[in-house]
Design a protein around this ligand. Sequence first.
Ligand code: NAD
Ligand code: WQD
Length: 344
Amino acid sequence: MKERILVTGGTGYIGSHTVVELQNSGYEVIIVDNLSNSGADVVDNIEKVSGIRPAFEHLDCLDLNGMDALFAKYAGIKAIIHFAASKAVGESVQKPLLYYRNNLLSLINLLELMPKHNVGGIVFSSSCTVYGQPDELPVTEQAPIKKAESPYGNTKQINEEIICDTIASGSPISAILLRYFNPIGAHPTALLGELPNGVPQNLIPYLTQTAMGIREKLNVFGDDYNTPDGSCVRDFINVVDLAKAHVVAIARILQQKQKAKVETFNIGTGRGLSVLELISVFEQSTGVKLNYQIVGRRAGDIEKVWANPDYANTELGWKSETSIEDTLRSAWAWQLKLREKGIQ
Ligand code: NAD
Ligand code: WQD
């Protein structure tokens, strides 16, 4: 019998890639998604990639009774990967209550239902945003948590605390918190990728839309930072590599290999790349020239951050594998596919 894993937000960007990797590793996946930021057609594409159609429930994690019924319907769910959340930093400043409600209550519902349905563990999507601007780089999991720059970032910090407090209170569950750095790229088949809503706020979708001619110019926010070329530095992690980290985390929970009931791992490459370097690698690896200009800094941006992924490398046995060139080519192939489908 295949072990059953519930993936909330499983039709989303990172969730869809993770579902495929779970299926490839022999797990049975049940997806819950309210389709607030993804489409049901993603389920078809997951099936095209993996050859297996995952169970899909169009349901909101905020619906406690609905979630209760779901755990009863799919009896024997062993663990959860919780991706479902609202994730737009700027929007969270405009609509903080929407973000606090969605991101906090979805998790609380799951944590309440897990013991009742004998679900042993949860993998939670956290973010390097919890570190703010770290005092030391590369940043380790022991770095202090800095005051959040946005309500979105605050939900990640509070959710980590909610998980820790719940487990400290004696809840019979365990958890792995994965702090992602900057996930980018798409599935090599170009069947799965990121579908930004409206004008993209994140670098890669804005960049590929500009390369496609949908946007006139990419604005590079600032070249006067204290970095080698003055632009911000990030740790860009390939989305399939990131998806694989979840599979390893799930196996660790199911095989009871955890060293503590809550464990935290940085999921990054360990390599910092500046925005200008990234543009140059994009141009070289795709052969596409990008129209861009330097503009002023964006409020709230962190100057530089990249991961120390040693703990994930040694303890999880996970390592980022895909080159930045292949990752950017995959992002471009996905953008071309979107045009083919007439989406963007
Ligand atoms: P995404 O928006 O593509 O996926 C999230 C999915 O959750 C969407 O399909 C959406 O419809 C669904 N969803 C949202 N609220 C829901 C609810 N109440 N009930 C059911 N479904 C709901 O986002 P993503 O980039 O795949 O991010 C996944 C997770 O990773 C999020 O928790 C996000 O905060 C976190 N994260 C993302 C990044 C990033 O840069 N993409 C970085 C760090 C952490
Ligand atoms: C990357 C770099 C921009 C757009 C955000 C969230 C973080 C995490 C990942 C979830 C920055 C620059 C961007 C553009 C640019 N998400 N940029 N022109 O800000 O590192 O992180 O997503 O947890 O919480 O804050 O990602 O892709 O927006 O920006 O110059 O049009 O690209 O200034 O230096 P960021 P990003």
